[in-house]
Ligand binder design. Structure first.
Ligand code: HEC
Length: 104
């Protein structure tokens, strides 16, 4: 009985710990709709004038996303990307940049 209670408490603690972790890059990429425009593998974009992201340097990706979010980067294609930037927090941008950079 006591062992079961301890096991249940441990499982609960583990569940809470997992819930508090920031979502992994792959999950964010799906959930925040990135996949729709940049493609499943982040290198087959919806339109040829949309950028490939896989394997790009993480600091560059992060800077571009921050600039698009803030409005510092604004060209003919930016509005499409800017429209989803309210879906991602600044912390999530870091996770996404690192995940994208590590893709082949
Ligand atoms: C509606 C289509 C669309 C969605 C959804 C979208 N993007 Fe983009 N993204 C674009 C376009 C278009 C550009 C190019 C913008 C420009 O030229 O300023 C871009 C640019 C970028 C860049 C800069 C690339 C570079 O080489 O400078 C990054 C990084 C990026 N997107 C990541 C993401 C991530 C991560 C998500 C999900 C949170 C996302 N995008 C969702 C269309 C989209």
């Amino acid at each position: 009985m006591r062992m079961a209670a301890i096991a249940a408490a441990a499982a609960l603690a583990a569940g809470v710990a997992v819930a508090e972790e920031p979502a992994a890059g792959a999950d964010l990429y799906q959930q925040r709709t990135c996949v729709a425009c940049h493609g499943k593998d982040a290198r087959t974009p919806l339109l040829p004038e949309y950028p490939k992201l896989a394997g790009q340097n993480a600091p560059y990706l992060l800077q571009q996303m921050r600039d698009i979010k803030s409005g510092a980067r604004a060209n003919g294609n930016t509005p499409a990307m800017r429209g989803v930037m309210h879906l991602v927090s600044d912390e999530e941008l870091v996770v996404l940049a690192e995940w994208l950079a590590a893709l082949p």
